[in-house]
Design a protein around this ligand. Structure first.
Ligand code: TLP
Length: 347
């Protein structure tokens, strides 16, 4: 039987606020956050700092603005930022690094999206006065376009320690860092301690409608507050959003294992379909990327057929498709979605 309402596997950004979250938003006590007088927003920022064991945190409207704010706070025009070839900050943020920050992205290939010090070290510029200087390394955890792969904490620490020894800062695009923490069964505070700055999203797996957080030292966050204002991200009665963020931060992480389990079920079923290339073992969190290479079907064609049958996903390129599980997708949904892919592959 075909699904009657769309099963939306395009992203974990598509979730809708739960009734509890909506109630918290409606009841939120608010004030003007440019005056730093929104009690609910201040509570969210205190809570995020506490969860990450940091001095301070700042609410930003999006993950992209969070990343850009952290880059601007730690670089000068003409300097370089090392990031992975398929990294979000390089590929999906409108080139803001260069367009707004005037910095040069220096992209290097990771293994399954994961960088190591050996790879990074080769890209670090010599300290010669006429060469652009490496100011920042940007890591991602989980790695979205590698299929939600997880960066081991020991590797992250190694990179941070060695970068710091050379005076280079390290930023974590932790849009889905709670998914990584769930996979590793570690605390986000322990996983992210060595980073100079961390951005994480409330509006992905955690289920809030809007918003990301930056965490760091008090001085760093005060600097980021000015940059956020410069970028147009100073908000007024943002407590209505922060109320949703508080619910997301308290309850969101506890249920991410369900999304990972559903992704595994989906991956196992997809891997069984003729024409689909996918190693289900490679699926660690809530993102699945499968290939249609050699199947004779392009990703655009299959996506069209899926949409006609009420299953939504996104292309990675001409032959690869991404599916993401989230709180608005059930076990029955992923089973149904796999059946739909099977029939759509036949035409
Ligand atoms: N990712 C979105 C798309 O932009 C691709 C998605 O559907 O996965 N870092 C990472 C690792 C992300 O995956 C995203 C969003 C962001 C940053 C940006 O967050 P927003 O969309 O809030 O600006």
């Amino acid at each position: 039987m075909l699904p009657t309402i769309p099963i939306d596997l395009r992203s974990d950004t598509v979730t809708r606020p739960s009734p509890d979250m909506r109630r918290a938003m409606a009841d939120a006590v608010v004030g003007d956050d440019v005056f730093m007088e929104d009690p609910t927003l201040n509570a969210l920022q205190r809570r995020a700092a506490e969860v990450f064991d940091r001095e301070a945190a700042l609410f930003v409207p999006s993950g992209s603005m969070g990343n850009l704010t952290c880059v601007l706070a730690q670089t000068r025009p003409g300097q370089e930022v090392i990031c992975e070839t398929n990294g979000h900050v390089y590929n999906y943020e409108m080139g803001a690094l260069s367009a707004v920050g005037g910095v040069l992205p220096r992209v290097v290939d990771g293994e399954n999206g994961l960088l190591s010090w050996e790879v990074i070290a080769k890209a670090i510029r010599p300290k010669v006065y006429y060469r652009p200087q490496t100011a920042l390394i940007c890591l991602e955890n989980t790695v979205n376009m590698a299929g939600g792969t997880v960066l081991p904490t020991s590797r992250a620490k190694d990179i941070c320690d060695r970068a710091h020894a050379q005076g280079i800062h390290v930023h974590l695009d932790g849009a889905r860092v709670f998914n990584a923490a769930t996979y590793l069964n570690e605390r986000v505070a322990d996983m992210t301690r060595p980073f100079d700055s961390v951005q994480f999203c409330l509006s992905k797996g955690l289920g809030a409608p809007v918003g990301s957080m930056i965490v760091g030292t008090r001085d760093f966050i005060e600097h980021c507050r000015s940059i956020r204002k410069m970028l147009g991200g100073g908000m007024r009665q943002a407590g209505v959003l922060a109320a949703a963020g508080l619910v997301a931060l308290e309850h969101g992480p506890k249920r991410l294992q369900d999304d990972h389990d559903n992704a595994k079920v989906l991956a196992n079923r997809l891997a069984d379909i003729e024409g689909v290339t996918l190693d289900p073992q490679s699926v660690q969190t809530n993102i699945i990327i499968f290939s249609l290479k050699d199947s004779g079907v392009s990703s655009a064609e299959l996506l069209q057929r899926l949409a006609e049958r009420k299953v939504l996903a996104v292309p990675v390129d001409g032959e690869r498709i991404r599916m993401v599980t989230h709180l608005d997708v059930t076990r029955q949904d992923v089973e149904a979605a796999a059946d739909v892919v099977r029939s759509a592959m036949m035409r």
